[in-house]
Write a protein that binds this ligand. Sequence first.
Ligand SMILES: [Cu+2]
Length: 365
Amino acid sequence: MLAPLILSKHTPTKGEHLMSNGIDRKKFLQLGGLGLGLGAVGAGLSGNRLTNVSSVSLASPHAATLPNNLHQEVDWQQIDRDHEAKVQTFIENIGQDPDFWRQPLEFTMDGDTKVFEITCSEVMWETEPGKVFAAFAYNGLVPGPEIRVTEGDSLRFIVHNEMNQSTSIHWHGVDVPNSQDGVPFVTQPVIEPGATFTYEFVAPNPGSHMYHAHHNSLEQVVGGLLGAFIIEPKDKRNEPVVDGEFTMILNDSFLGFTINGKSFPYTQPLTAKVGERIRIRYMNEGLMIHPMHLHGMPQRVIAKDGYYLPAPYFVDTLNIAPGERYDVIVEAREAGIWAFHCHILTHVETRQGLFGMVTPLIIEE
Ligand SMILES: [Cu+2]
C-alpha cells in the first residue's frame, strides 16, 4: 500500500512552475519501500573541494571509465554500499533545491514593454556533493532563470556583463530581427566586461526555445550561460492540457553531466499523481547527444524545436542532440518511483554509483 505524498500545487499555466519539494524523505521511502536508514551518508559525501578544470579534455572529461576486465576481483559489498549511499543522498536532498525547477524571471513594465535584467557573472557552481566548478551564470544561476513570455509581448532585455571577458546573448530558436540576433562582429558589438547592452524585440514564434551566450561560446555556453526561453502562444486553444510542467536542460563537459545544472544525487524528482499528464520540455545546451529514457510509461513527443508535430509519436527513449528541444507528454499511469536517465551509461553510473543525468519521476496514488 502506498502512502499518499504531499505534492505542491500543480499550476503550470501563466508561467508558474510547480516545485518538487512537496515530497519529503519519509514519503519517498514509503513509496519506494526502500526502508533506507538516513543521515549516515551526508558527511562523507559533502564538502566543497574545488575541482580543477583549467584544462579538461573535451572527449568526455567527466564520463565514467570502463574497467579493463569485467571479471577482476571487486569488493562487491563496497560497490553496493556506494550505490546505496548515492540514493540516500538523493533522498536527503529532495526539496532542498527550490531553484532546480526554475522560476520565471521577473520583469518590470515600461509602458507596454516587459523589461528584464540579466547579469552575467563568474560563480563557483556546485553540481553534486563535493564538486564545485568555476562557471559563468545568468543572475547567479546555472542554467539562468527561465524566461517565459507570451507571443506578441514587447520585450526588452538589459544585459550587464560582470565577467572578465566579453559576451553576447543569442535567442536560440526565436525568430528575432537580425539586429537582435546576438552574433558579435556580425549583428552587434561584443558586450565588453563592465558594459551593458539592450536587446529589444516582440516575442515571435511560440515554443520551447533557449537563450545563451554567442561569444567564445564553447566556454561560455557549456560553462553556464544558458537558459530556457519559453514563448507561450497567444491562442492557447491548441495547447495540450496538462497537470504539471517540467523543463529539463541538459548540459555536459565543463560542469559534468547535468540536468538543470545539477548532477545526481543533487537532481530533484519530477512528480505527478496517477492519471495526471505532465509536459516535459527537454533542451540540450551541451556538446553531446543524450538519449533520455523514462521507465514504466511512454513519452509522447508533441513538438520539436518549439514546433508542434503534425503526427505526435511515442518513445521510451528520446535522443536529444545539442541545440535541440523536444516537448513530450507523459501520462502518469502507475504509482511508484520511476527511474529517468540518459541512456549513455558513462553519463550516469560508475562503480561508485549513479551520478550525472539521473532523476526519478515519482507518481503517487
Ligand atoms: Cu547522456
